[in-house]
Design a binder for this molecule. Sequence first.
Ligand SMILES: Cc1cc2nc3c(=O)[nH]c(=O)nc-3n(C[C@H](O)[C@H](O)[C@H](O)COP(=O)(O)O)c2cc1C
Length: 352
Amino acid sequence: MSEPTEMPSDRKGDHLRIAAYDERTQQPGPGNGLEHLSFEALSLPELDLEQVSTACTILGKTLKAPLLVGAMTGGNALAGQLNRILAEAAERCGVGFCLGSQRPMLDLHDSSIASFAVRDVAPTTLIFGNIGAIQLRDHLSGQDLDRLARAVGADAMMVHLNPLQEAIQPEGDRDWRGIHDALAEVAASSGTPIVIKEVGMGLGAQTLRRLRTLGIAGVETAGVGGTSWARIESLRHLERTPRSIAGEVLAGYGTGTAASIQLAREAMQNRLVIGSGGLRTGLDVARGIALGADACAMAWPFLKAAHQGVDAVVTEIQGVIETLRIVMFLAGAPDLHQLARTQLVDHGLRSL
Ligand SMILES: Cc1cc2nc3c(=O)[nH]c(=O)nc-3n(C[C@H](O)[C@H](O)[C@H](O)COP(=O)(O)O)c2cc1C
């Protein structure tokens, strides 16, 4: 696949261009909470590094590492190229892959579906489809959701909650009434596993308490500390406006990733918890697993690499997996079950 060269001028094009090239989209300030946490490094680990296993099973699929390429794109030619690069790299590395919002398939079914078609380059790995909760409330039954998943060969669907992004977005949907009931109805009638995610504001305690009443497979945190959608939408305003100012002020608003993972594990009990939001390295993934995540997703770092092609994404993913394996070795954890039981130290002072 050749490198993408042109940027389309639609909303998804704006998002891809701003997210990939404007570092201001990465949240300023205190971070996602993981940066305070460390493992005790063992100088006598009593393990053979070659025997350390990062393998796991997520929704019935075996992965070489508890890692997903996070939901980003689809809907136009550039997005389609990026999806194929990211999905092929995920397949080669044995990690999961998440498509971006399939909203364009609701509006322009035939012309946009090709940009979500990745099963030919990723025939076996775990793939998630994606749709916004607003679109679900306004247009979809459980059977429609099943059709969206089938059309792209997805194993499961992610449904994103993004009220802060919509509030700042120039053309955003501001009426968020009735979303929980719509989710309940669709989750009860769909045959597809559903994972509910945020997009960078994090899932807080009250939200998680409401989500756990639904028949869903799990959640993805997308906590504060990574890509900021308040900031991206703020940058899409062509001039300084009251909403663009609000987007700046609220760029780091919400629940940090470390806190959101812990809250999600508590609320969801044995259901799937995917940690995300500013995870950038295999050390972050290890911290996420030790806090209670079953797997972690990273979006923005792989978008940057995707602009260089499949090999660049493969190198980045392999770097994350190798770092995770070495951290596990140094923490004395031969597998992910042991890593999940490993205590993290907060600034070397407080055990978690
Ligand atoms: C360019 C870009 C596009 C995104 N598009 C979507 C999307 O369509 N649907 C969705 O659920 N999340 C979307 N996200 C949010 C990510 O899946 C993720 O939750 C968020 O960016 C936090 O992860 P990060 O800090 O690793 O980027 C997008 C992120 C980026 C960077």
